[in-house]
Design a protein around this ligand. Structure first.
Ligand SMILES: [Zn+2]
Length: 331
């Protein structure tokens, strides 16, 4: 992520180990674990700790990496989390004064599921459970049109568009023009590598520009999308006073990117080059809080080999955990 030019990310894993690795590298992050009861494909998710204990543990990690790490508490989705669990997560998020996050409005399947299971429209149902307010972050929002978006904005809900994930899963194309008209606070995300193939912000920008921009919605310009990827994302997580734009008094989270030589260096041309022509390899330097963490494409703070070893150890931990669970469920 750092080498791609990401300076701050939100991640839903529950252990917190990846947050520690990121903080060691110098990346800013939001630990955003999400509770799951049972996935529609039948996998139950056992919990090692209560949501209250999870929040206490994350608060301790946040304290340890003060300034770089913050946390939120979430629940997976209307179809994989029971109403009681959703409310439990929201209650603990409120107690800690942190964001509550949820995947919602992703696919018509989910809308139909809520209607069948609970007899309500999706937004009505979530609002009825008191899950929606200005501290709520919703990932996806593909299915929403004008009426729902206006209501979500009145409530103050933040949304994150995940273009690659939406395209791969055959979701409806999110109407970013309507998001803009409704003045929803919105950012861009990947939904994670399992559903989008990686952490490539440039791929998300390019796809958003290609399928959601210009040709369909002329107001969704490259400049609009770049704002979603920077100050928009910062607003979604309540970090816009600190990061997201270059202003006196803000933290110096900055990247430099090489663009091809061109005769016309005006704003619109550069924005277009960034959205449609940039890849992670074009990122040269990355600064977080004024500290250079990538210089000329290389890590400055930690040897890359040791980061990879940490990551592989983390993967081994997940794999062992999964195989232990499988063993425990063998008849
Ligand atoms: Zn999702």
């Amino acid at each position: 992520m750092a080498k791609s030019g990401i300076t701050c990310f939100a991640d839903s894993s529950r252990t917190g180990l990846n947050i520690q690795i990121a903080a060691e590298v110098g990346l800013r992050c939001v630990a955003a674990p999400m509770l799951v009861d049972e996935y529609p494909w039948g996998y139950q998710v056992p919990r090692a700790e209560s949501v209250k204990e999870m929040a206490e543990r994350l608060a301790a990690i946040t304290e340890q990496f003060r300034g770089l790490v913050s946390f939120s508490i979430g629940a997976h989705s209307p179809y994989a989390t029971l109403p009681f669990t959703l409310q439990d997560a929201k209650k603990v998020a409120q107690q800690w004064g942190v964001r509550f996050c949820l995947h919602f409005g992703e696919h018509p399947y989910e809308v139909a599921y809520v209607r069948k299971q609970y007899g309500k429209d999706l937004v009505d149902w979530l609002d009825g459970l008191k899950l929606l307010d200005s501290n709520t972050v919703g990932f996806h929002g593909n299915v929403f049109e004008e009426q729902d978006l206006n209501r979500l904005r009145e409530i103050g809900v933040n949304l994150v568009c995940c273009p690659t994930n939406g395209a791969l899963l055959g979701c409806p194309t999110p109407n970013l023009s309507a998001w803009g008209r409704a003045r929803i606070k919105a950012g861009l995300g990947t939904d994670g590598p399992l559903s989008s193939g990686g952490f490539n912000p440039w791929a998300e920008l390019r796809l958003a520009g290609a399928i959601l921009g210009w040709s369909r919605f002329p107001e969704v310009t490259p400049g609009h999308l770049l704002k979603m990827a920077t100050i928009g994302g910062a607003s979604v997580w309540g970090l816009d006073r600190e990061i997201g734009s270059l202003k006196v008094g803000k933290k110096a989270d900055v990247i430099t990117v090489i663009i091809p030589p061109t005769k016309y260096i005006d704003r619109a041309t550069v924005e277009s080059m960034l959205v449609f022509g940039t890849t992670p390899r074009d990122v040269t330097n990355v600064l977080v809080d004024g500290r250079v963490i990538i210089q000329n494409g290389k890590f400055t703070s930690v040897p890359e080999k040791s980061i990879l070893e940490d990551i592989y150890r983390y993967y081994d931990g997940i794999r062992n955990n999964l195989s232990n669970r499988r063993d425990a469920h063998e008849p």
